[in-house]
Design a protein around this ligand. Structure first.
Ligand code: MSP
Length: 587
């Protein structure tokens, strides 16, 4: 089982949601290619005060708001070809009844009890704070910065303290449970400060799952939400076949919710006597112009912008950028249109696309598109290129990287093979061999080695570029049977003499987009940014900046645009300062 977090139905989808889903999707596709029986789960988190308030504002029932917004998330997932097997909604009856059954079990075992709370409440996050913790945060929400509210109420508590030593042991001794490892250190530090019991019910709103036996209370959204992973596969039901998917092999999410997934969630599962997930991966954040994306800054890479990028570069082209430049590890990643263009141009157009089109074209030109007899003779090693071992080594590295979710390293393994193919062509000169009748056999062998190496690179890239690889398979067969596992596909020699090959053109050259996803006017493009062949300049001479400076200029430009869109003018000190910085960058 592979999961994404279930997304807040009150939020508008943005790059963070699409990214987490894409990472989980790449992993799920990779596992399916390993012939694993994968159950990929995503969904929407629909209860809580914020949903209740938003619905009130619009004067519609919370369920109507949840229905409307959940549909938006479902459409986003489909549009991005996220290959989920189930989409769970926390308002589904299958979910609410099982959450109640689980909480009832916890009430019976004494892991949930009725107690009195006195302390501070972060309304935005719907989270309670003890006096000590609230003081540490200066009585302000660490997320929104808004003042906390004094609270006194009777609540149901989960006995988190009972699981303190077990959770500590889990984090301290199991290196693969929480990744990347930096997260583990952060959480261990917090756990070492001690775990208090946590209130898991609320009485200040009604839009939630009622507490079994005490309908004054609703179950805290986080407990409700976390349980989606086990309600979707019917863990509270008898004889449900999907239970075989538990424990999950991978929960993918971003860092801000690792506490809930790597501390609270394992403790709840321990209390329910259920096995723990094998891995929680909490990646970094996408940021913009060096700043966190937030509602107050209004700087999200939102759906409109995302759609422009994936339409322009193709879904696979944009996925490739997300996979190679995204915040998969501990660091955050800056979204920059100039990098989308560079990565697309360098890796996909100039490397993968170009090498595939050159070699397939040669096969068509010199052998009428049919790989000659005996061309797969591995005893022919040209210029020291032992292709079988080069590809085996890189394929093993790619598999290791996928297992560890190091997506950029998987792509690098493929790119290293392709770059070597280009060098190999330069050194062996097949175009020269083609003119010499005595070199026909060698020419066939050289071309075979290029095409076979490209086939293996394509198989490595398949989880990231599923559509392009399908397109490629039509011109250069990548496997004999669709059910062949990735392991089998990555073995040298898959391509057979006699195979028909046609000329492929996978990635067109494209104009760059600006930060808002609009095609950049020609005069605004730095020549390096365009992967189109350079045109002769007209009268106007454009200044050329280094890619780093150009990226800063782009970022500064869009900062100014967003200030103006929010109603500010050049007379505002903030805008004037930003314009001054832009001028300095351009000087
Ligand atoms: N509803 C909870 C999750 C409950 S799971 C039991 C939630 N939802 S959310 O809509 O806020 O989505 C959070 C997820 O979106 C994060 O974990 C992360 O996966 C993704 N992201 C939100 N903002 C992000 C970035 N700026 N960058 C990358 N991903 C981030 O939390």
């Amino acid at each position: 089982m592979v999961t994404t977090p279930i997304y807040y139905v009150n939020d508008k989808p943005h790059i963070g949601h699409v990214y987490t889903s894409t990472v989980a999707d790449i992993y799920a596709r990779y596992k399916r290619l390993q012939n694993m029986d994968v159950f990929f789960l995503t969904g929407t988190d629909e209860h809580g005060l914020k949903v209740e308030q938003s619905a009130e504002k619009r004067q519609i029932p919370p369920q109507a708001l949840a229905d409307e917004n959940s549909l938006v998330f479902q459409e986003v997932m489909k549009a991005n070809e996220i290959s989920f097997d189930d989409f769970i909604r926390t308002t589904d009856e299958r979910h609410t009844t099982q959450v109640q059954a689980f909480v009832e079990k916890l009430l019976k075992s004494g892991d949930v009890y009725l107690g009195k709370f006195e302390g501070w409440y972060d309304e935005g996050q719907e989270e309670y704070y003890t006096e000590t913790k609230a003081k540490e945060c200066n009585y302000e929400s660490p997320i929104s910065g808004k003042p906390m509210v004094r609270m006194e109420e009777e609540n149901y508590y989960f006995k988190l303290s009972k699981y303190e030593s077990k959770v500590k042991e889990l984090l301290a001794t199991n290196d693969s449970f929480l990744t990347p490892k930096e997260r583990k250190n952060e959480l261990l530090q917090r756990v070492n400060d001690g775990l208090n019991d946590v209130p898991i019910s609320r009485t200040n709103f009604t839009w939630g799952i009622p507490m079994p036996g005490d309908e004054q209370h609703v179950i805290y959204v986080w407990i409700d939400a976390l349980m989606n992973y086990i309600t979707a596969i019917g863990m509270a039901k008898d004889g449900e076949a999907k239970q075989k998917y538990w424990p999950a092999s991978m929960h993918v999410m971003a860092k801000e919710i690792s506490w809930f997934h790597a501390v609270i969630w394992p403790a709840v599962l321990m209390a329910l006597d259920l096995p723990l997930p094998m891995r929680v991966h909490a990646h970094g954040f996408w940021i913009r112009e060096g700043r966190k994306m937030s509602k107050s800054l209004g700087n999200f890479v939102d759906l409109t912008v995302l759609n422009k990028f994936s339409t322009h570069y193709g879904l696979d082209g944009f996925r490739y950028y997300l996979a190679t430049e995204g915040p998969i590890g501990a660091q955050d990643a800056n979204f920059a249109s100039s990098r989308v263009q560079e990565v697309y141009g360098t890796d996909l157009v100039n490397t993968f696309g170009n090498s595939t089109s050159r070699t397939t074209a040669m096969c068509v030109k010199y052998f009428d598109g049919v790989l000659p007899e005996k061309s797969d003779d591995t005893s022919k090693i040209f210029k020291g290129y032992d292709w079988k071992s080069i590809c085996e080594k890189e394929a093993a590295e790619a598999v290791r990287a996928y297992e560890n979710l190091e997506l950029n390293k998987a792509t690098q393994a493929a790119m290293r093979i392709i770059t070597k193919v280009d060098l190999f062509i330069t050194e062996t000169e097949p175009f020269r061999m083609a003119k010499d009748p005595n070199e026909q056999e060698n020419l066939g062998a050289v071309l075979y080695q290029c095409l076979e190496a490209l086939r293996i690179s394509a198989c490595i890239l398949e989880p990231i570029l599923p559509n392009k690889i399908k397109e490629m398979h039509a011109g250069l067969p990548l496997y004999a049977n669709v059910s062949d596992s990735m392991g089998k596909r990555l073995v040298w020699g898959g391509l057979k003499p006699g195979t028909t090959v046609s000329k492929l053109a996978l990635f067109p050259r494209l104009d760059p987009l600006d930060e808002n996803g609009e095609i950049m006017k020609e005069e605004a493009q730095a020549p390096a940014a365009s992967n189109k062949p350079a045109k002769k300049s007209k009268t106007k001479v454009e200044k050329v900046y280094s890619p780093e400076t150009q990226a800063k200029i782009d970022a500064q430009g869009s900062l100014i645009r967003s200030m103006k869109e929010s109603g500010k003018t050049n007379d505002d000190a903030e805008v004037a300062e930003a314009v001054k910085i832009l001028k300095e960058l351009k000087a």
